[in-house]
Each structure stands twice: as structure tokens, then as C-alpha cells.
Design a protein around this ligand. Sequence first.
Ligand SMILES: NC(=O)c1ccc[n+]([C@@H]2O[C@H](COP(=O)([O-])OP(=O)(O)OC[C@H]3O[C@@H](n4cnc5c(N)ncnc54)[C@H](OP(=O)(O)O)[C@@H]3O)[C@@H](O)[C@H]2O)c1
Length: 426
Amino acid sequence: MAGRTYDVVVFGATGFTGSLVVEYLARAYATKSLKWAIAGRNEAKLKDVRASVAKKLKDETVNKVDIIVADAKDAPALNKMAKATKVVLSTTGPFWKFGSDLVAACVTSGTSYCDITGESPWVKEMIEKHDATAKANKCRIVSFCGMDCIPSDVGCHVVAKHLREKHKCGVDHINSYILAMKGGVSGGTIASMFNFFEQPNFAELRKEMGSPYELIPRDGRPSIRQPDANAVSYEEEVQRYTTPFVMAGVNSKIVHRTNYLLNHIYGPEFRYREKNTVKGDGWGSWLSGWLTTLGLGAFSVGAYFSPTRNLLRRMLPKPGEGPDEHTRETGKLVMRFYGVGDSAAKPKAVATFVTHHDPGYAETATMLAESAICLAQDTAKLPERYGFLTPIAAMGDTLVARLQAAGIDITVEDDKNTSSTPPSSL
Ligand SMILES: NC(=O)c1ccc[n+]([C@@H]2O[C@H](COP(=O)([O-])OP(=O)(O)OC[C@H]3O[C@@H](n4cnc5c(N)ncnc54)[C@H](OP(=O)(O)O)[C@@H]3O)[C@@H](O)[C@H]2O)c1
């Protein structure tokens, strides 16, 4: 990596999430050694982002951060940018639309890369096209470094590690639950969701996307059936009604890909289930669980048909828009992971992942920025593993330590309270 001008280039710095990453780096790394630049297609907008962060932080040095102009479709400009840095961090989504040439540029120039896509079919396509070259060129290509899917990947990792090191066993299953989540949604996220419904081969993609093993090559997929996460059910573990969680599908794929990339370190028969929860108990929460589930279903149907999708597009935030500062500051995520070991004693462990701001944007900016710096500056501590990796397969405990230092609470301990009987749907 000698001869690279920057540690990290932030591509998509003018977007809603990209500008939060710029603010995070300017704030958290002002006095630390980090060589970074911001990039995008519009120079004037990039200068505006820099100036507004400088003004907000009352730090004129932010205006000295270098600017790189590159369009997502301009391969020569992307190649030049990739060759100038150790890591490209991208928030330029929908990634299916704007991400492929940048990934190709990073892979061919041996530059590591991270992003916050949740678009698993696009990542699958990228893996199939570029994994062999990325391995040969010894770079780490790491998607899903935001709320999709770091909490789930990290939560399962710490539970499995606790069971492995303290109880000398693998994992039979982990059930995870969203106990609290508060935040908002951006126009870029809506655009990425709708872009999926607009793919010409949508029906075919949807079939493959239904598999929790979508991101594992077909000949490496476990035969074990994964638990159903689609029911509204009461779960003793959390003593709450639980509902399907909108991001569980993609999060589960990353957890299983980590297990695959780490040679089934969690266990060959490992099962994972992720659900949302409804506060309180009794009929009120049962009803609220069903209403939430039906609302989610109605939204998916609305997004499927183009007339209703266009109507929704008009009503929801547009690209560049997102939750305001108050919403981001007062947001939070509390996620808990209950794991049971695969030995005869069935030891139990519980992990908690807590963010103190909106997980989708403020804390996604933190998770993504720390992932990029980890890939750029912590290489001596990272496993000798290259190609298309998950956050945990690429960075493991080094990333966990960085997230903790950045204010995210991640804890794990023996679980004295849960029943060792898996819930009925397992
Ligand atoms: N995983 C997670 O937890 C998570 C969280 C948040 C967001 N996301 C994802 O992150 C992505 C961005 O979301 P957002 O709300 O930040 O979106 P956004 O505000 O619309 O930002 C999109 C960015 O892409 C840039 N862009 C668009 N076309 C380009 C082109 N041809 N060349 C270069 N740059 C181009 C835009 O530049 P201009 O300013 O010049 O238009 C802008 O900087 C979405 O895919 C979203 O789903 C994921």
C-alpha cells in the first residue's frame, strides 16, 4: 500500500449519509492521524458539504480536506481515485445503479472497499464477478457496514466467541430481538428499495433472495432448514410478542455468510432467527404486532405495483433528504442475542448491542467510518483473509473494539435466565 495518498476516500460525500460520514470523520479524527478526501460527481456540492461541516464544527481545517471529482459511471476517474487510496468508503446508492464500476475499480487496483448497501442480489453479482480477482489482489471488499448488517454480524460473533472460549462448544442457535429502535428513513434508502422492484428480472431475484443462504456459493450451502421469522408469536425469552423484522432477511444472510467464510466456526447446524418485538403484553400488544405486520405487507404490495410505487415516491423522503438532527440525536437501537451452545450441557449466552443515536444514519455513519479506518489502518491486526468478506470475517474483534471505543455498547455474558428449549418455531 506504499504510495497511496489517502487512507480513506469518502465517495458519495454529498448525499445524506455521506455528509454524516464527513462530519463524523472531521469531528472524531480532527486530532488523530488520518489522511482522507471526499469524492463525488459535483465539485460545487462537495465544497458546500465541506464548508457546512467546517461551520458546524467551527473548524476551518475541514475546508482543507481534498476533493476528488468522479462520476459513478466514469471508469477512468474511478480507477484513478481507487489507486490514490488504501480504502474507498461508498455511500453512493442505490448501489445496484451506481456501485458496480467502483467495485470493479477497487478490485483491479487492489484497494479495499466498504459500503452500506443492503442490496444482497447486487452483492451476489459482484461476488460472482470479482471475488477471485479481489483475492488475488489481496484487497478486502466489505459491504453491509451500516445498520444493515453490523449489529447482527457483531452480535452473533460475540455470542459464538463466548460459547467457544468459555464453554468450549459451537452454537446450536441464536435468536435475536430488536427491543427498541427509534430513528427515521432517508430518500436514498427508499430509492434503493424501490430500485429492487424495478429490476427486469425481479421475479427470479425474489425467489433467490428468499434463501438465507443467498450469499453462499451453491456447493457450500448447509442443508439445515432455518427457523421461520415471519409469524407473530409470544416469546418467553423476551416476554414479549414478536413480529417479522424488515431487515431480518438481509441480516440473516450476512450472519450465515460469516459462518461460511469462517469455515462454519459457529457450527455446521447453526440456526439464526431475528425478530422485532412489541412492548408490553396482553391483547393490546398482540393486536399491535399484527397491525405492524399487516402494515409492512401493505407497504410491500404498494412498492410492487408501479402506480402505487410512484404515489409512495411522491409522499416519502427524496434522495438527499433524511431524518433531522433531533431525530438522529434522540434515536437508539437495543438489540439482544440469545445463544445456546451445541454441547450436551446446552450452555447459554446473551449479548446486547446498543447505539445511543439513530441507528440508520448517525450510527451507520459511525459504523461505516470505523470500518473504513479499520481496513486502512489496522491491517496488521486483521486476519489474512481477502476477497468479498462480511464485516466480521474481514475485521472481527478489531472492529468490535473500534465500535466500542466509538460509543456503541457491545456486551456478552452467560445467560442464567433463558430456557434451553428453542422457541416453538425453531
Ligand atoms: N445499511 C444501512 O444501514 C444504510 C443506512 C443508510 C443508507 N443506506 C444506503 O445508502 C445509500 C445512500 O443513502 P442516502 O440516503 O445517503 O442517499 P442520497 O442522499 O440520495 O445520496 C446518494 C449519493 O450518491 C451520489 N450519486 C448519485 N448518482 C451519482 C453518480 N452518477 N456519480 C456519483 N455519485 C452519485 C449522490 O450525489 P449527488 O449529491 O451529486 O446527487 C449522493 O452523494 C442508499 O443505498 C441507502 O439504502 C444504508
